[in-house]
Design a binder for this molecule. Sequence first.
Ligand code: IPE
Ligand code: IPE
Ligand code: MG
Length: 234
Amino acid sequence: MEEKQIPAHIGFIMDGNGRWAKKHGMPRNFGHSKGAEVFKKTINWCRELGVKCATFYAFSTENWKRPADEVEGIMNLLRRYIKDIRTYAKDNVRFIFIGDISQLAEDIRLELFDIMETTKENTGFIAGVALNYGGRDEITNAARILAKKAVNGEISPEQITENSIEELLYTSEMPPLDLVIRPSGEQRLSNFLIWQAAYAEFVFMDVLWPDFTKKNLEFAVTEYSARNRRFGGI
Ligand code: IPE
Ligand code: IPE
Ligand code: MG
């Protein structure tokens, strides 16, 4: 495939862990831990295909609605994965945690900030991980920052542009989002990268995330490469 046919930035909505667990007669958190293994492998598959950046939706601002033991299980899984993330970091991967991570437990928050800081100069691949992320929350936050600047007289309302909003999004240092892949059979964004996805391509797949394979990824990328992106032109 030519380079332009390979998406620079793929967003993965890692959905279907709960249904996968149910199908195997296991607790939902078992599905989440299977899903986390696939997350690790997907980073490698993306690199092998020449993708430069991938963002993984791991926990949404709406997922706090789930039973406390499930939320707790996901947070403990994250604690365990922090070690693996550090191993990847040695492989020239830059990690950017997107979402309001200030609301996470202090031990997790400190680790995440530290990983972001220590991997800042890595150039091999950008891995975005969306934790307590909501697209509406992200845009609201940008609006609030700009409103404060306007009230303080630092900018005029006319100076608020698409670019000035974009610079305040969590993804400002990532390449534009080209492709969103959602397994699990659901066909919706569920508040994932709603601004960034304005002109992204979508591939919805019936596979549950813990069963997602490199073949599924290759299928989605091939599908993407056959799309005609017009961006409003002809
Ligand atoms: C996605 O899998 C993981 C998170 C939202 C944390 P789900 O837990 O939503 O799995 P299903 O949709 O119930 O199968
Ligand atoms: C989206 O999945 C969030 C993540 C994958 C982290 P959900 O399972 O929360 O989405 P809905 O509720 O089906 O829309
Ligand atoms: Mg789900």
